[in-house]
Design a protein around this ligand. Structure first.
Ligand code: UD1
Length: 382
């Protein structure tokens, strides 16, 4: 009789869901040898930040939902640890697999290692070298205790080797987020995934900009937030800007009295040739349907720098640094910082169609999750 090995996958916040989805689907193909359990920490909990992603991405119901919710970094991390420890003690997994760089990643990684459970980290080795970013601390701390690393770009591998990790534990596999992107794109085809997405597209001209912004360094400070919104507002006088807004950002916009910067959307379905439109966060497929045809993405997200690179959509990253340098080196991303004039100048170039030419990074071919599961099976849970 085959004794199945047990892997616990952890997801907690919005950017985790698109990373666990392709790995889970791949693991299901090996269900005779591997039992995969999904733990949702509940770091994100609004329907638009969590459940809608499970629906869109076809992720199974979590086997455990820790329902930790929001809180300070210490509170959130500690609550995840306490509840995840109970899961590990009960399930005794052979491996815990974490993705990305959110609080759920480090919290569950720490628990696993203290219980002597093998720890795998997908999207390991990325470094912004900015220790004021909470994610950078999560990345450094997670990688310090990881047993098996999966990297998305060569710089991730070089960082880990420079930090002294054993080369035999570092696997350059490509990017599971891009596996998911290609899959979802083929699934939606040219069709609007929902009535909402269709009605949004219907009121836009051919050229429009998509925007996302949620980093504390950009949205928690009134001056920086106003400057970035001003830049977007300026560009929105040329072409419409659609801004599905993260709850953290929305709260601050309201608190700082900046809602008046936005335009209201026509109710009679007439096209908008310009205007700055703030909307609720969109589900994965609705947002993909919007941004895949945008002339520009304005963002401070990590994942969108990569996804826009994969589809060669011009991307302006409103941050001083990136932990994903390949997107700027060969991809369609330009890391601009938070200078409104620079953002406007470059934004106009994108609107005029004169962006840099770009390529697609090595191994971003839709097969990263296959490589990961193959490596885990052959080398780690024989
Ligand atoms: C987290 C991640 C960040 C990631 C982002 C994607 C950390 C340290 N940060 O940041 O890396 O890019 O998710 O969204 O893990 N809120 C809601 N509803 C929700 C979730 C959050 O209203 O479903 C609000 C709450 O006021 C909460 C705030 O957003 O306090 C921040 O949420 P939190 O999970 O702490 O961090 P994010 O800013 O979302």
């Amino acid at each position: 009789m085959i004794v199945k090995k047990k892997i616990v996958l952890v997801a907690g916040a919005r950017p985790n869901f698109m990373k666990v989805s392709p790995i889970l689907h791949e693991l299901e193909k090996h269900s005779e040898q591997i039992l995969s359990l999904l733990v949702h920490t509940g770091q994100h909990y609004d329907h638009s930040m969590s459940a809608s992603f499970f629906e869109d991405l076809g992720i199974k119901e979590p086997d455990f939902n820790l329902e930790v919710g929001s809180g300070s970094h210490a509170t959130q991390t500690a609550n995840i640890m306490i509840k995840f420890e109970e899961v590990c003690l009960r399930e005794k997994p052979d491996m815990v697999l974490v993705v990305g760089d959110v609080n759920s990643t480090i919290a569950t990684g720490l628990v696993a290692k203290k219980l002597h459970i093998s720890l795998a980290h997908v999207e390991a080795g990325l470094r912004s070298h900015d220790r004021k970013m909470p994610e950078e601390i999560n990345r450094l701390a997670t990688d310090a205790i990881t047993d098996v690393f999966f990297t998305t770009e060569k710089e991730g591998t070089s960082n880990l080797l420079a930090e002294g990790h054993d080369p035999s534990t570092v696997n350059f596999v490509g990017h599971v987020m891009i596996d998911n992107l290609y899959y979802q794109l083929s699934k939606i085809g040219g069709q609007a995934p929902s009535i909402l997405a269709k009605s949004l597209k219907d009121v836009l001209p051919e050229k429009y900009i998509c925007m996302t912004m949620h980093r504390p360094s950009n949205v928690d400070n009134k001056e920086v937030l106003s400057r970035l919104l001003f830049a977007a507002k300026s560009l929105s006088e040329k072409v419409p800007v659609i801004f599905p807004c993260h709850p953290r950002t929305r709260k601050n916009i309201e608190q700082f009295g900046l809602l008046s910067l936005f335009s209201s959307m026509s109710e009679n379905g007439q096209k908008h040739e310009n205007g700055f439109f703030i909307i609720e966060p969109l589900g994965y497929n609705d947002f993909l349907y919007m941004w895949k045809d945008a002339c520009l993405m304005l963002t401070d997200s990590g994942g969108l720098q990569e996804e826009t690179t994969a589809l060669k959509i011009p991307c302006i990253t409103m941050r001083e640094n990136t932990e994903r340098p390949i997107t700027a080196e060969i991809g369609s991303n330009i890391v601009v910082g938070t200078d409104d004039q620079k953002i406007i100048q470059l934004g106009i170039k994108a609107i005029n169609g004169s962006w840099k030419s770009s390529g697609i990074p090595d191994l971003w071919d839709g097969k990263a999750s296959e490589r990961i599961v193959d490596i885990i099976q052959k080398h780690y849970i024989k």
